[in-house]
Design a protein around this ligand. Structure first.
Ligand code: HEM
Length: 414
């Protein structure tokens, strides 16, 4: 680590690696080797993005936690220097209504408070029986259907989609519409035109739903937002934007955790057996934390921009420079998680993972996601104890090109 902070990158431009980096597909659960190499330097490194922007990449667990909480770091994607995911996201930054995803400080807290009620632990915990029922029904269908069965289409995608639809008050009959648009929105190569049309379609859909809930409120999150519109606290499009964010974030991520988590457990049968055979909720909760740490499915980093000069790990990040906090290497930081490449569901500090981020923007839906995962894994392995991969792992197609890592299909036999 340098003794004195340096203000600019000293390496030649050609040394700056492109980001995101490719994984070594013989180790599909590991962060990319290039990222692990940068993580070994223990100081932020510059990386080059699709548009030539060269933000700082944070790979250390401690540095990630410090920066996540630093008020001098912004999520406002309209600011110059912001490290955009792709052209589509960049184009959207100036046109989409504000939301908790892209606002800081007081403005962010205001949006966030609106979600306190629907995502309160008690309300989410009350969904557990319904999550169990949905999971059981989908496993019934898998068991009575043809073999091999695809765990993604049969369970991992529909279960969280149904749950988030129920929580938000979005008709599940529209799932093909919102699953398709989420899929387009999270792709790496989505163009600005596609991104714009995509978000507009989702916004239009949610805005109409907000209107309907103003007239006929129910016990759901969109009705809560509609109530705020009625009270004049937010406008209709702002409410629709929060709804879009929740709908997309609420099913894609958990779905990928189920698909990829199932594969990781099938590859680690002794760990799978513990999950299958225990009745202890604490063991299951810890197993889920370890899977979240091990897989870090939000794998292309949280994007930020510095509002002031900030020193971190012996490096000064200048105001206006982009910052990417990459959870995959942070969750594999051996100073915090010894032998990080080992999936160990009994790991004592697994719950210190930053898979849901950390600080003010930490995931709103984390308790919901935890409950879904705590239900789905033991249920699947108890109800289909002989479940096994119906192909070899090298033939599984991974979502390397999407904001959330996962598998496209997971064929299983039993
Ligand atoms: C395993 C599943 C999930 C993972 C791994 C995950 C991960 C994340 C991460 C990494 C962030 C960004 C944190 C940051 O920028 O500091 C985030 C934010 C967010 N997530 Fe999740 N998430 C999951 C499930 C959900 C669910 C089920 C919902 C519910 C609707 C949800 C809603 C949100 C929202 C609204 C935010 C924005 C919070 C803010 O900026 O204040 N997520 N999530």
């Amino acid at each position: 680590m340098p003794e004195t902070p340096t203000s600019t990158a000293t390496r030649a431009e050609s040394d700056i690696p492109a980001y995101p980096m490719d994984r070594a597909m013989r180790c599909p659960f590991d962060p990319p080797p290039g990222i692990r190499e940068l993580a070994g330097r223990e100081t932020p490194s510059r990386v080059r993005l699709w548009d030539g922007n060269e933000p700082w990449l944070i790979t250390s667990y401690e540095q990630a936690r410090v920066l996540y909480r630093d008020p001098r770091i912004s999520v406002d994607d309209r600011l110059p220097g912001f490290p955009h995911w792709n052209d589509g996201m960049k184009a959207l930054s100036t046109v989409r209504p504000p939301s908790l995803f892209n606002r800081d400080a007081e403005e962010h807290s205001r949006y966030r408070r609106m979600l306190t009620k629907p995502f309160a632990l008690k309300r989410v915990e009350a969904l557990r029986p319904s999550i169990q029922k949905i999971t059981d029904e989908h496993i019934d269908r898998i068991l009575s259907g043809p073999r091999p069965a695809d765990i993604v289409a049969g369970l991992a995608l529909p279960m969280p989609s149904l749950v988030i639809s129920e929580l938000l008050g979005v008709p599940y009959s529209d799932h093909e519409f919102f699953q398709h648009h989420s899929d387009v929105g999270l792709g790496r190569d989505t163009t600005s035109e596609e991104s714009n049309a995509n978000v507009m379609a989702l916004l239009d859909y949610l805005a109409k739903l907000v209107d309907a809930k103003i007239d006929n409120p129910a016990e759901d999150a969109i009705s809560d937002l509609a109530e705020r519109v009625k009270a004049g606290e937010i406008d209709r499009m702002e409410a629709a934007m929060q709804g879009v964010g929740l709908l997309v974030a609420g099913h894609e991520t958990t779905s990928n955790m189920i698909g990829l988590g199932t594969l990781a457990l099938l590859e680690n049968p002794e760990q799978l057996a513990v999950i299958r055979d225990t009745d202890d909720p604490k063991v299951l909760a810890n197993a889920v934390e370890e899977l979240l740490r091990y897989l870090s499915i939000v794998h292309h980093g949280q994007r930020r921009v510095a509002l002031a000069d900030i020193e971190v790990g012996g490096q000064v990040i200048r105001a206006g420079e982009g910052v990417i906090i990459d959870q995959s290497p942070a969750n594999w930081d051996s100073h915090t998680f010894p032998e990080p490449e080992r999936l160990d569901i009994a790991r004592v500090n697994a719950n210190h993972n930053v898979a849901f981020g950390y600080g003010p923007h930490q995931c709103v839906g984390q308790q919901l996601a935890r409950i879904e995962l705590q239900v789905v894994f033991p249920t699947l392995f108890r109800r289909i104890p002989s479940v096994r991969l119906a192909t070899t792992i090298d033939r599984v197609e991974f979502k390397t090109d999407r904001l959330a890592y996962g598998v496209y299909e997971l064929p299983v036999e039993w």
